[in-house]
Design a binder for this molecule. Sequence first.
Ligand code: FAD
Length: 396
Amino acid sequence: MGADRAEVLVLGAGIAGCALAYHLADRGVGPVVLYDPRTPGAGATGRAAGIVTEQHWNRWDVEVTRESQAQYAEMSSRWDPSAYTVNGFVRWAHGAEALKVLDAARSRLRGWGVRADELDGAGLAARVPWGRFDDGSRGLWCPSDAVVTPSAIGEIYAEGARRAGVELHLGTPMESFARRGEAWELETGGHVLRASSAVVAAGAWSKELLRSIGHPLPLAPYRTQAAVLRPSSGPDVFPSVHDIDADVYARPEAKGRVLAGDGTRLVEVDPETFQTGADEQFVEHLADTFGRRFPGWSDAELVRAWAGVCTSTPDRRPLVGAVSGPDRLYSIVGFNGFGVMRAGGVAARLADLIASGGTRAEERLAEVRPDRFRSDHPAFSPRPGFTLDDGDDPRF
Ligand SMILES: Cc1cc2nc3c(=O)[nH]c(=O)nc-3n(C[C@H](O)[C@H](O)[C@H](O)COP(=O)(O)OP(=O)(O)OC[C@H]3O[C@@H](n4cnc5c(N)ncnc54)[C@H](O)[C@@H]3O)c2cc1C
């Protein structure tokens, strides 16, 4: 590490920390140091599926995802066009309860200006020709949704930040981190950095990091799984799909392969010791769903399967903003499995707050303020993220 003083220290170089460093530099804040004891793709970002959809449960998420998507489209067109593709997203259900949730979601989404077309069985078969929809399924089609390569988007932000003067400090363990006098002090690799402000962007590790500095937030890291499969035939680009009843999603992956997932396990895990391989049960569930729902992919071979750690909050919204105003401590954490699609937009809003503050910047993060929970919030179980409900019924 070169600098020994910074204006802002960003802790964590996943997509959220990289996007924040980029946006801070873009607003003239500096010096900014971005620190990670590992490498930028080492956390959830390097293990994510990269689906970007406006099918959310509240207006704030829709707006933030739209802002992220605009950034990803623009930045990838300049740096790496293969990192961003608009392919649309189809989501369907067939059980009576799930269909009710789907219908309510459609009206809600339209009210927020999201184009969400209804599809009947024939419409679903036309959009997803490798699928079987003769069981009364109905769905929603969002043509402007996209897929990104999450690690590539993170790298684009990191490179943009570096070119704008941000110092990246990667790959040395954190020896200590504490508030000393008027500054945050980070000791790593035998070097000490003092910063006026610090931002915790350490994904699933944030829970322990915040606890260790006396500012705990209600976070629950949990495991979720994905796999790449290779069908013998099929198009290279197709819409991302989500079968709500089976709880399986899939998106196109390079070279005609399919990335499928949602083996979410709603049990808290430690990001240092979690099981990084996929469960047999998850792989069997995928094979079973592909056999029943996707006859056109039923011969797909498993290429690889893995798990990553996402971070839940009690209300499924992230914790973004000032954790402690007097100490100039901020967080951008708790993405509940949706951090890739929300990172760019959320980071830009937080950068505005840190760069200039003001009522407008505060309002734009009002729904996700970290202080909406008490510091002694009781332990809670992780809740599923990839749902369509409005918060009352977390099953769908
Ligand atoms: C299988 C899977 C599929 C997913 N699919 C999607 C999807 O389709 N769409 C979507 O939007 N999201 C998806 N997600 C969620 C998404 O990956 C996360 O929400 C997002 O990557 C979180 O980014 P982050 O930068 O907050 O955290 P991370 O990427 O986890 O980065 C945190 C970083 O902090 C670092 N760190 C740890 N300790 C410290 C410390 N003490 N100091 C500084 N740094 C530290 C870590 O090394 C790590 O690099 C998926 C996740 C998984 C696992």
